[in-house]
Write a protein that binds this ligand. Structure first.
Ligand code: GDP
Length: 595
């Protein structure tokens, strides 16, 4: 039952005489219920409570007087109700296995906008006085305390690291702080970071940095953000935006308080009465101490002596340290912790699990080995695989990453693509940008199961390698209607695989032999690559392709062979071409399917 129904004996009603709306309040109401009643966000209520000197989280119960004063702060009138039904709270109390946990934050944004400075400022302003100079430890994450509330920060800034982790299936972050320099504004990587955070479904908080600079122009940035669909609270939206200066350490506490508010709205919880689980933030081999890993606990409580399994790596925790290098006895959900005792170095982004004993550890390692957990198990999507699955109704959403040469092409292509959505299938451009297709585009494609489409945009070599490794399809176009048509066909299950010619080798004809009725054989030498029995051959004479034919026979001396490599000589017989001349070039072609 929701509140509005419970209060049917006295619903919120307009008072025509006074022009103020009346809100019916029970004797006790939670912050969340009050927000719903008034029709504002939970954050706004919590902020108003703070102004009134009350620190509350979203689930906190307020008594009538406190709630009524907030109601009047919003220009409304409160009226006390007789009934106080809190079915929701009772239900929540039953499943009391989940405990509140601190939020985990990643800092993102354009290069030089101050991500590293902000991470540093947050850490330095929130350590016990006197210890600030002693921060030398970097373990990949740190935790601070603000008014008795903990907040965890992942210490590797940037969306690339964030999405690379996600590509391995790890979800570590709850809130992304998007740093935008107030003197510079929204830049390409700001948009990229925003898209990466949105694709991951994490909450976004804006840190408007460098406000100390004389040429800082916060309003311009707020406008730019709003153009991207990020409407900040001040402008009537629901995105929190905090002006800060990482350099002058201004606004840092305000940012932290806001992060706690946003975390409260998210109601972050974790199970604690269970074997510990979480993910590897980073890991390395120390010459004297052996493999060291920083883990982020996500469930349960991690302790020294625990048997731990990470993919195919096992171990028993010998010692645990926090981000200040202090020996600790336990690590609760959202705590970053450095551990010793693994028998090898695990990969960042891998999941760790605590098991009962060594026997269970061995069994789990074996299962993980079989499942190939030590390597990436990501599965890519391609337009042709979408086409194959579309007919069976298996695909419900097609995510696309679009890269174009010029900015002006983005909107028309995005619009046309998204308009292809129907009630069965949603097409979503999760990231669009200009320039070459880069590695982080491929990471995002892996993490969000997307296809990458380049319009007059080519992939960088690193991106090609990663795409091949992760089985991500990159489609390149230079005609818009062809691009749209292919996606449309894929959605309808009609896209036929396309083939491109890949030259695998070239041979030069050295002599021509008569082979009786069977035709003629070209005695050839392989100049580069290889000739294969299943190839298509293009015959080039005087720089022009004069004919093409499939291979009918490939021989080395008297033996039929499947392939012949560079430098070797062979006899080539073709299906539908006999008219060889010495000096002809035979191009051996393999047809590859385009995904
Ligand atoms: P990142 O590339 O986003 O990690 O940016 P950095 O933290 O390395 O900062 C880039 C530059 O901006 C450095 O020279 C910083 O000193 C400077 N910077 C960072 N934050 C501020 C700030 O709040 N005000 C001013 N004036 N400079 C800043």
């Amino acid at each position: 039952m929701n509140n509005r129904q419970e209060q049917s004996d006295s619903p919120a009603e307009g008072d025509p005489k006074q022009g103020t709306q009346q809100i019916g309040l029970p004797p006790v109401i939670t912050v969340k219920q009050l927000a719903d009643q008034i029709g504002v966000s939970g954050i706004e209520i919590i902020k108003q409570l703070m102004r009134n000197g009350v620190m509350a989280n979203i689930n906190q119960s307020l008594d009538y007087d406190v709630a009524a004063s907030v109601v009047s702060d919003f220009g409304l009138t409160a009226k006390k109700l007789r009934v106080a039904a809190h079915g929701k709270q009772k239900a929540a109390a039953k499943g009391a296995k989940l405990h509140e946990r601190p939020p985990v934050i990643t800092i993102m944004g354009h290069v030089d906008h101050g991500k590293t400075s902000l991470l540093d400022a947050i850490r330095r302003t929130n350590v016990v006085a006197g210890e600030a100079g002693a921060i030398t430890q970097h373990i990949g994450a740190y935790q601070i305390e603000m008014k008795g509330r903990k907040i965890t920060f992942l210490d590797t800034p940037g969306h690339e690291a964030f999405t690379a982790m996600r590509a391995r299936g790890a979800r570590a972050t709850d809130i992304a702080v998007l740093v935008v320099a107030a003197d510079d504004g929204v830049m390409p990587q700001t948009i990229e970071a925003l898209d990466h955070a949105r694709a991951a479904g994490v909450s976004i908080v804006i840190a408007l940095n460098k406000i100390d600079k004389a040429n800082a122009n916060p309003d311009r940035i707020k406008q730019q953000l709003s153009d991207l669909g990020v409407v900040i609270e001040e402008w009537g939206g629901d995105v929190v935006c905090v002006p800060v200066s990482a350099k002058k350490k201004q606004g840092i506490d305000d940012l932290l308080e806001n992060l706690i508010l946003v975390a409260d709205i998210m109601e972050l919880k974790a199970e604690v009465d269970c074997p510990a689980e979480g993910i590897v933030i980073e890991a390395k081999l120390d010459k004297t101490r052996g493999p060291i890993a920083t883990l982020l606990v996500q469930k349960g409580v991690l302790k020294p002596g625990d048997n731990i399994v990470i993919g195919t790596v096992g171990g028993k925790i010998k010692a645990m340290f926090n981000d200040e290098g202090k020996n600790i006895r336990k690590a609760e959900p959202a705590a970053p912790v450095e551990i010793l005792g693994m028998n090898a170095v695990p990969d960042a982004g891998q999941v760790f699990q605590v098991v009962a004993d060594e026997k269970e550890s061995k069994a789990l390692i074996e299962r993980n080995r079989v499942a190939g957990l030590s390597t990436t198990t990501a599965r890519g999507v391609s337009l042709t695989s979408v086409a194959a699955q579309a007919s069976t109704g298996e695909v419900k959403e097609l995510n696309i990453i679009l890269k174009t040469d010029v900015h002006g092409s983005i909107e028309p292509i995005r619009d046309s693509l998204e308009r292809l959505s129907d009630d069965k299938m949603r097409v979503k451009v999760i990231h669009a940008g200009t320039g070459a297709i880069i590695e982080s585009d491929i990471q995002l494609a892996v993490a969000s199961r997307a296809v990458v489409i380049g319009f007059n945009s080519k992939p960088e070599p690193g991106a090609v390698r990663l795409a091949e490794q992760e089985k991500i399809s990159i489609r390149q176009y230079n005609i818009i209607y062809k691009l749209i048509e292919d996606v449309e066909k894929a959605l309808k299950g009609l896209l036929e695989p396309e083939y491109v010619d890949v030259t695998t080798g070239q041979a030069e004809v050295r002599a021509v032999f008569e082979a009786g009725k069977k035709g003629r054989i070209a005695g050839s030498q392989i100049k580069e690559g290889k000739a294969t029995r299943d190839a298509l051959v293009k015959i080039v004479r005087g720089g022009k392709v004069i004919a093409e034919s499939r291979v009918a026979g490939l021989r080395r001396f008297k033996d039929d062979v499947k392939e012949v490599t560079t430098g070797m000589e062979c006899g080539v017989k073709l299906d539908s071409f006999n008219d060889f001349q010495v000096g002809d070039i035979l191009q051996f072609i393999r047809q590859e399917k385009v995904d």
